[in-house]
Design a protein around this ligand. Structure first.
Ligand SMILES: NC(=O)C1=CN([C@@H]2O[C@H](COP(=O)(O)OP(=O)(O)OC[C@H]3O[C@@H](n4cnc5c(N)ncnc54)[C@H](O)[C@@H]3O)[C@@H](O)[C@H]2O)C=CC1
Ligand SMILES: N[C@@H](CC=O)C(=O)O
Length: 371
């Protein structure tokens, strides 16, 4: 099988980015044998420094990164692309940064396909959302972001398949946050204070880099918005109603100066919520996208301990997709909704999808040239 080289520009080397590099290194031979694809990393960047690499330098990226990375301006990355004329480019955004928003259009215009775990580019205003998709068409580039919802779970592709097959989707609901699932699954059955469980979730890399994005409900609201836009719903983030987990009175605690030093204050509020539960109830943070009743909301709610949501464990997400064909029994996707391993694997799956398209185009080009 002929081998196609894919050149990756990696933005972010935290939980997910560093695990992606590890997984690609571990699977290099398997991917080459199964797909005829080799991934190179000519560019690896974090928020302050970048490592420029030649193809033969890429075995020990961490050592090279520590030794040879240099401070950069984004324009220098675009100049590198112009000067090296690298082909088969995929830019991978495994940051949570707003800064990346200004990079997507130039990257596409400089020949890059896009893969993102970062939800922000898909949840800013609709103007940017539509402009990016128009530019992707002009430049004949792909943008995949399966890990935006449910980490490695096949939520977005499943929904896209149903929608494009003409299915009428009426409601999507469930538990969309891996970190909040983990926190409330444990909080419901363990004696530990919420702040201690939150610390465990942060340490395990389940939360956003700033866990206030999780606790405020914004991360789940972003996920609902991403799914709504997949269904061509012209919604903005403000259209998703968020019932703060800690109530309006404690929302101020999520402000920087209080939050980091006073997480214990969150405990009292949630202990009171826990005490109000019936013995057969537990707390779950749920999202509802009701396309018929036009109800789009995220909230903390009590569910029966023996219900599907009440039985969730670990970082499990459980997403119910109600459609005309499925009727009263929804299509259900369940599994880990956070974690660096499952997420990196999801990003790698997106990369392979684009790489196979690049390979097919390469075969067509070669056959056209050779007549
Ligand atoms: N951790 C998880 O379980 C999941 C994470 N995600 C998403 O993946 C993304 C990354 O998550 P983690 O790896 O856990 O975060 P992290 O905080 O461990 O890593 C983020 C990385 O991005 C880098 N970065 C920040 N600003 C940058 C910039 N302007 N240019 C280049 N690099 C920059 C940071 O230096 C860091 O290396 C987030 O958007 C998150 O929502 C999605 C699904 C699951
Ligand atoms: N912080 C997020 C990570 C995945 O999107 C979550 O908890 O679900």
């Amino acid at each position: 099988m002929s081998v196609t080289t894919i050149n990756i520009l990696l933005f972010g080397i935290g939980n997910v980015g560093s695990t992606l590099l590890k997984q690609i290194e571990e699977s290099r031979d398997f991917i080459a044998k199964q797909n005829g694809i080799v991934f190179n990393f000519p560019i690896i960047a974090n928020s302050t420094v970048v490592l420029f690499q030649n193809a033969d330098q890429q075995q020990a990226w961490e050592t090279d990164f520590k030794r040879s990375s240099i401070p950069y301006q984004f324009q220098e990355i675009l100049d590198f692309l112009k000067n090296t004329q690298l082909e088969n480019l995929i830019a991978v955004d495994v940051t949570a940064s707003d800064v990346m928003l200004g990079r997507y259009l130039p990257l596409v215009q400089h020949g890059c396909h896009l893969v993102a775990a970062n939800k922000k580019p898909n949840t800013v205003d609709l103007n940017f959302y539509s402009l990016l998709r128009s530019e992707l068409v002009v430049q004949r580039k792909q943008f995949l972001y399966e890990t935006n919802v449910g980490a490695g779970l096949p939520i977005i592709q499943t929904l896209r398949n149903l929608y494009q097959a003409g299915e009428r989707i009426t409601r999507i609901q469930g538990v969309f946050s891996g970190s909040l699932s983990y926190m409330f699954n444990r909080f419901s059955v363990e004696p530990f204070p919420f702040s201690q469980i939150l610390a465990d979730a942060e340490r395990n890399g389940y939360t956003e880099p700033d866990s206030r994005d999780d606790l405020s409900g914004t991360d789940v609201a972003r996920k609902l918005l991403i799914l709504a836009r997949e269904l061509q719903e012209p919604l903005e983030l403000d259209d998703i109603s968020i019932e703060p987990i800690f109530g309006e009175t404690l929302t101020r605690l999520l402000h920087e100066t209080d939050y980091r030093s006073n997480k214990q204050a969150l405990n009292r509020y949630l202990e009171e919520r826990k005490q109000q539960l019936d013995p057969d109830e537990v707390l779950r943070f749920v999202g509802v996208l009701d396309l018929e009743k036009r109800r789009f909301e995220v909230k903390l709610t009590a569910v029966k301990r023996l219900s599907a949501l009440g039985q969730l464990r670990g970082t499990d997400n459980l997403i119910e997709i109600y459609t005309e064909s499925y009727g009263r029994n929804p299509l259900v996707v369940q599994g880990a909704g956070a974690g660096k391993e499952v997420t990196a694997r999801g990003v790698l799956s997106d990369l392979l999808q684009i790489a196979q398209l690049v390979k097919q185009r390469e075969v067509v080009r070669i056959s056209e040239v050779s007549g």
